[in-house]
Ligand binder design. Sequence first.
Ligand code: SF4
Ligand code: SF4
Length: 77
Amino acid sequence: MPGIVINKTYCKGCELCVHACPMKIISMSKELNQKGYFCAQVHEPTHCIGCRICAITCPDAAIEVKTHGTQFALFEY
Ligand code: SF4
Ligand code: SF4
């Protein structure tokens, strides 16, 4: 089953991934990260189709996509 991992340390709460996800399964958390931003979270992880649009959209490379047991980091700092 595909899924994503959001690195809360990198996330700056810009919400681009929330609007980009075609399945509308990403929302903003009410928890602050260590930089003081509200982070993105996945509220319906079982609905992820592994399209990677969120990871491509994220300007801070905070999202990695897992498909078939492999975790893809699309962009590295
Ligand atoms: S991989 Fe696609 S479906 Fe899954 S959370 Fe990202 S944008 Fe949404
Ligand atoms: S696009 Fe990246 S930085 Fe922006 S809210 Fe989503 S995970 Fe955070």
